[in-house]
Design a protein around this ligand. Sequence first.
Ligand code: ASP
Length: 338
Amino acid sequence: MDYYSFSSVFSEVIVLKKNILLIHTGGTISMSEDTSGAVKPGTNNPLTQGTDILSSLADLVVEEPFNLPSPHITPREMLELKYILEDYAKKGNIDGAVITHGTDTLEETAYFLDLTCQASFPVVVTGAMRSSNEIGSDGLYNLISSIRVASSPDAKGKGVLVVLNDEIHTAVNVTKTHTSNISTFQSPQYGPIGIVTKRGVLFHHTPTKHENYPLQDISKRVSLIKAHAGMDSSLLKAVLGLKVDGVVIEALGQGNLPPAALEGVQEFIKNNIPVVIVSRSFAGIVQDVYGYEGGGKHLKELGVIFSNGLNGQKARIKLLVALAKTEKMAEIEEMFMF
Ligand code: ASP
């Protein structure tokens, strides 16, 4: 029997509180607007006050390892979150976890945890587009929805989930699509896998696959470069000079690059540094379709790795995780075929 969950009967609401780990990390959801109109963190996180409504939903265990705007989040904080989740999973008395996070890099943290976290309970990441004291503030509402999703047994086994604006998205597909609109989080091409309604949490799709890699540390350097008309090799060569361990290129269309950029790509491959191609297009996957100079077929022949539908920022996270696991190009390529 589960709190606010229902299977086929919408009206059947059974109340049984779950043990939910609530981890606050900062972001707009933890900020307020001051009299000058600046949105910023204060000394007290507004989410840790007035928690009566939250504790009526679940028995909460609250952690606040840091309070950062999400542009300040690095893989180090992502790793810290993974360890917190896994520590609680080992203790064995938690039914689900909710992480509050700034929306700017939320998808990266969610995907990192999706790829690496070994906790078996549902993990939901949420945030807000309007801070705690703004009219139409969406923070508390999204937090309530997220606790309800994390409490649902149907949330188990679907990977890390992102819940905002009544929608449930997978970490692998979701992306921030709008700078300020509260419906910013979308899963282009796939859509959400569930919805949150007044009466319950309804999953209408189940992901068909999920990848997860054990990881102890993350220390490699991966750059992300966006291709454009007239791109040459200068930026690629400069990045190579920075001694990076890998590069992700947001290529054109189905995975093509201007011929003048190829010299730079080849330099990477000659140095056994992986070059992963994604598309700068909003939806779709990259493939070795075009046979002209710089076309996908040509890039594949050169040894470029094609990623399977990830956006640039997530392919970068995946390459960091891959490089923490192996330096063998064939194994890295295999991980991107998933
Ligand atoms: N700039 C904020 C952040 O990512 C935006 C937000 O949280 O919505 O921390």
